[in-house]
Design a protein around this ligand. Structure first.
Ligand code: ATP
Length: 318
């Protein structure tokens, strides 16, 4: 098993009588691009604030890069300084100095970490490149939301963190701004572990390899994206021919792996208890019958289907 960058067990946060987190467990493997998905008010910000040392839980344990930030014997008031240096965090509403340029802002942030001048110069150049802001000379006050968000991610990377946590980095952006931010996050794969929260399913499908779904303060699913979208044991296929679908149906009904079949016009929907036998045998059946094949596809359960099935009320959008 891969070592964990974040390990959370039984984490609970109460605001008075309101329980924002209800005993959550999370495992973020090192090297993952982890999508922390949940509708508004699910508790994503609360979790990230605890993990970054900005808030304390009511109960439970949390470890960040092996350092206890809650619940353990060595858990302090805040994330210990040694761990803090290895973590980058971008809050949901980042603050900037509008009179600075992007370069000035990154240099300023780097100096707060005590990064030596030469090292900082090359790091700032690399981060301006990564964020697509190298050629931008103007002040931050004139930046678009997308530019600010990319600058915010660059700032969170200035200390070359082993773990980068981003709170809803795409939520206020237009489609192009989102694409740029997601591309930037994707380019970090293999360099740093990324944990980012979002309520946007397609963000997760586009860039994440691991997902945790939070609903009303509880984790309702967690694991590799592929394990959530392809439940074990059920395989779905769709087959379309321009003629003779009834003959194919008869032939398929004799196969032991067939779990279900329905026909609509020239289109057949199949479920099977084997993922590869249909891929091997269906094209052969079509060919033996001499029928013209229009399409044959393996269907995955979409993350949206999984999400709507798990999240109460089914309302994942903002
Ligand atoms: P969003 O996408 O809307 O930011 P979220 O998943 O980040 O949602 P949180 O901001 O963590 O959710 O909020 C979880 C719950 O805790 C919500 O019901 C919220 O109203 C409540 N909450 C958060 N902060 C506080 C606070 N300081 N005092 C009281 N309740 C709070």
């Amino acid at each position: 098993m891969r070592p964990l960058a974040v390990r959370v067990r039984g984490l609970t946060k109460e605001y008075g009588a309101h329980r924002a987190l209800d005993g959550i467990d999370l495992s973020v493997p090192e090297g993952a691009v982890y999508g922390f998905l949940g509708p508004n008010g699910a508790g994503k910000t609360t979790t990230l604030r605890i993990l970054s040392g900005l808030s304390r839980p009511s109960r439970g344990e949390a470890q960040v890069l092996g350092v206890s930030v809650a619940g353990g014997d060595d858990a302090g008031e805040r994330l210990p300084a040694a761990a803090l240096r290895e973590v980058g965090y971008l809050p949901d509403v980042p603050g900037f100095y509008p009179w600075m340029t992007a370069r000035e802002f990154l240099r300023f942030s780097g100096r707060l970490f005590g990064i030596a001048r030469q090292e900082l110069d090359s790091r700032v150049d690399a981060l301006l490149d990564l964020s697509g802001l190298s050629g931008v000379r103007g002040r931050i006050g004139g930046f678009s939301r997308g530019m600010r968000q990319r600058l915010g991610i660059a700032q969170a990377l200035v200390n070359a963190p082993r773990l980068l946590m981003l709170d809803e980095p795409t939520s206020a952006l237009d489609p192009m701004g989102r694409r740029d931010v997601l591309d930037m996050i994707g380019s970090l794969r293999g360099h740093t572990t990324v944990l980012f929260s979002t309520h946007i399913l397609t963000d997760v499908e586009r860039v994440c390899d691991t997902v945790g779904i939070l609903d009303s303060g509880r984790v309702v699913a967690e694991g590799p994206l592929s394990s959530l979208t392809m439940p074990r044991g059920v395989h779905r296929f769709v087959l379309e021919v321009s003629d003779g679908a009834d003959r194919i149906e008869s032939a398929l009904r004799e196969r032991s792996w067939l779990a279900g079949i329905s026909r609509q016009g020239n289109s057949l929907s199949l479920t099977a208890d084997d993922g590869t036998a249909p891929q091997r045998e269906v094209p052969a059946i079509v060919s033996e019958l001499g029928l013209p094949l229009v399409r044959f596809e393996t269907l995955e359960t979409s993350l949206e289907e999984v999400f709507l099935g798990l999240v109460e009320g089914g309302g994942g959008g903002r």
